[in-house]
Unconditional design. Structure first.
Length: 350
């Protein structure tokens, strides 16, 4: 199905072939997980070029591809194959190819930029991908249960970060999806406040934003909790963010644009007077990458379709006070949204 979609792209763009160098696109189309390879997909053939280190691995993982062993550099070998196949017009990922690489490939064919086209195909997830994202989400949920047991005044953000990282690996994750965010107290006003050596104090709220990388696919969850009784304004902010997120979960449907989806949550927060404190988008696509299309934002060009996987993560950030973000991973279904992540969103006070 994936390769058929690429061949449809060849027809649409009037291309003889496409060269794929992006590690994520390469893995998506071929199944190959090694660190060095290139794909050439023409109207009749699927070719994977790699060096001697990965021949056996590629043969096992990319069974629908012919495996070509490099005799020279990767780009030289790809160019040689292009010439041998007499490919005249070849698509390439212009956002990844350097000028020098472009000039090298251009000796073999006329190059046409297809930046973002493979990523468009990736937006609609196949059943296997949905299963992997669910497993990554399950690991994240189990990690949240664990972190609640060890969070207390006197421990540092970095201690909690390290415990979360180890727990996710113990549960089967390859690693975390991204650099884990543990932001307590006034540091909660930093949307990307990665863990520091700050000591957590009673009365503070803590934002945990993290995810698990499982078999190449990621989860991305955020929960905000309190250690001791939080300030009244922080409780108010928490309830506003929760209301915003629940409304988005309930009302977002396929066929809605990313702008419309973002507006559902943003209008709730703005209605309480905190519009300027919600500076990022409502969400983004997830899959092989932690940030991929579609985007749910005020400038999104995308329309939601069935089997897209996205995050919903409204937040409010007040400098000198703190912040709250609540995030779930969801699957777009024909009737609405289905959650991957199920950790409680009731305000937890430890």
């Amino acid at each position: 199905m994936k390769i058929e979609k690429v061949r449809h792209l060849l027809e649409e763009k009037q291309l003889d072939a496409v060269v794929v160098l992006s590690p994520h696109n390469r893995r998506y189309l071929s199944g190959f997980t090694g660190s060095s390879a290139g794909l050439i997909i023409s109207k009749e053939r699927n070719i994977l070029v790699t060096d001697f280190r990965y021949i056996e691995q590629a043969t096992k993982q990319a069974q629908s591809f012919e495996i070509v062993k490099q005799k020279t550099s990767l780009l030289d070998m790809i160019t040689e194959v292009i010439k041998e196949l007499e490919l005249k017009t070849v698509g390439f990922e212009g956002n990844l190819v350097t000028y020098q690489e472009y000039m090298q490939l251009a000796t073999g064919a006329e190059l046409i930029d297809v930046t973002g086209e493979i990523e468009k195909i990736r937006m609609i997830k196949e059943p296997f991908e949905i299963e992997q994202i669910q497993k990554a989400a399950d690991i994240a949920d189990a990690t949240f249960d664990y972190i609640l047991k060890i969070t207390k005044p006197g421990v540092t953000e970095m201690y909690l970060n390290n415990e979360m990282e180890m727990k996710m690996r113990a549960l089967g994750a390859t690693s975390s999806s991204f650099e884990t965010i543990v932001a307590s107290g006034i540091r909660g006003a930093l949307p990307h406040g990665v863990a520091s050596n700050k000591v957590i104090e009673s009365g503070e709220m803590i934002t945990f934003d993290y995810g698990a990388l499982y078999e190449g696919y990621i989860s991305d969850i955020t929960r905000t909790i309190a250690v001791g009784e939080p300030q009244d304004e922080m409780v108010k902010i928490y309830n506003i963010v929760l209301e915003s997120q629940l409304k988005a979960l309930d009302e977002i449907k396929p066929g809605m644009t990313g702008v419309e989806a973002d507006k559902i949550a943003r209008d709730v927060i703005a209605g309480y007077g905190y519009g300027d404190a919600f500076g990022h988008s409502l969400g983004h696509g997830i899959g092989l990458e932690v940030h991929e299309n579609p985007m749910l934002s005020q400038r999104s060009p995308h329309t939601l379709e069935e089997n897209m996987c996205v995050t919903l993560e409204p937040g409010i950030y007040v400098p000198g006070l703190g912040g709250v973000r609540i995030e779930d991973d969801v699957l777009v279904t024909k009737n609405g949204l289905k959650r991957f992540t199920h950790s409680t969103k009731d305000l937890i006070i430890l």
